[in-house]
Write a protein that binds this ligand. Structure first.
Ligand SMILES: [Zn+2]
Length: 331
């Protein structure tokens, strides 16, 4: 049942998900189990609804089932999210300074950036902090920013062009030259069909092109996260772990070059559009049990934080769980 039933429906995301999966959409396994049954509408921790979240016994991906249909997701991005930043002052954005997270991202990816005129595309970077900062720092690159809220074919800087649109099946056919690098921060976990999305990315890349991505990371300390009910969201049908992301990328014809979890709540990956050696090892029963325990502990921590006399012990408990789970990261 939806909370706030008496309120008028504000968003497509507020309807209960009703599309059922019989197998894991990442690896095709029919073995998975429930790990949590509540989630946030968009990213509001106070506005939650019934959302069944499962973990796959083979690739370890954490996914909503049932979930919103492809049509509902498409409508949300076309008519709600897609117009969210439409009133941005573009000239103000052209002169913004890099935020702390942008600096971390550029530092990580800079090892693959060269002085040669690389063609780079960022998908969904509507507020342009990464794009503007990268374009200023690397004057030789040609950067395109693709986002539905941007003006179309607008040259914001001499080496930064804005494109209004989506990374859909038509996009690779619409470009004259393929990209050397494609960047997508917090985009993959929103995809209804991540495998199809990666196929489209690969088509838009040069033969040895690079794909840099960042997704939320489920195995981070509780005290830097929202309560567990707000961790899972209708707008994120998938929550990727290192194992499941490696599986998906390899299965889609990419080789993972490097990953980075130094930001704790985020997983950054650099991958190349060449088929490498597959070395996928399914998750073990022992590790599945450990992950179950991790989410049960998070639920307990979130509950303790709500009760005043217990809240002062919550952080100590979270630190103890974090210490016990240091090597859960490889899952
Ligand atoms: Zn799977």
């Amino acid at each position: 049942m939806i909370e706030h039933e008496s309120e008028q429906r504000q968003s497509i995301l507020e309807q209960p998900p009703d599309e059922f999966l019989n197998v894991c959409a990442i690896c095709g396994s029919c073995r998975y189990h429930l790990i949590h049954n509540r989630g946030a509408i968009y990213n509001d921790p106070k506005h939650t609804l019934r959302l069944d979240t499962h973990i796959c016994h083979r690739c370890g991906v954490i996914f909503s089932n049932p979930r919103l249909s492809e049509k509902e997701v498409r409508e949300f991005y076309r008519h709600e999210q897609g117009v969210l930043h439409n009133n941005q002052d573009i000239n103000y954005l052209a002169n913004q300074s890099p935020k702390a997270l942008t600096k971390v991202r550029i530092h990580y990816f800079s090892q693959w950036l060269t002085d040669s005129p690389q063609r780079i595309l960022e998908i969904g970077g509507g507020v342009l902090n990464f794009g503007v900062s990268l374009a200023h720092q690397y004057p030789n690159i040609h950067l395109d920013e693709l986002d539905p809220s941007l003006p179309h074919n607008h040259h914001l800087l001499s080496n930064l062009r804005l494109i209004s649109g989506f990374m859909d099946k038509e996009f690779p056919d619409s470009i004259s030259d393929r990209y050397n690098i494609i960047v997508a921060f917090h985009v993959l976990e929103h995809q209804h069909n991540p495998k199809e999305f990666l196929t489209i990315i690969k088509k838009a890349l040069t033969a040895d092109g690079l794909f840099f991505l960042e997704v939320p990371y489920p195995f981070s300390p509780f005290w830097i996260r929202k309560p567990i009910d707000a961790c899972f969201r209708t707008v994120h049908p998938f929550n990727f772990t290192i194992r499941s992301l490696k599986y998906l990328l390899q299965d889609s014809g990419f080789t993972v070059l490097s990953y980075d979890i130094s930001s704790l709540a985020m997983l950054r990956v650099a991958a190349q559009a060449t088929k490498g050696n597959a070395n996928f090892v399914p998750i073990s029963k022992h590790d599945l049990r450990r992950i179950d325990r991790f989410f049960r502990s998070w639920k307990l921590y979130s509950g303790m934080n709500k009760i005043k006399p217990l809240s002062r012990f919550a952080h100590m408990y979270a630190e103890w769980v974090w210490h016990r789970n240091q090597n859960i990261n490889q899952q």
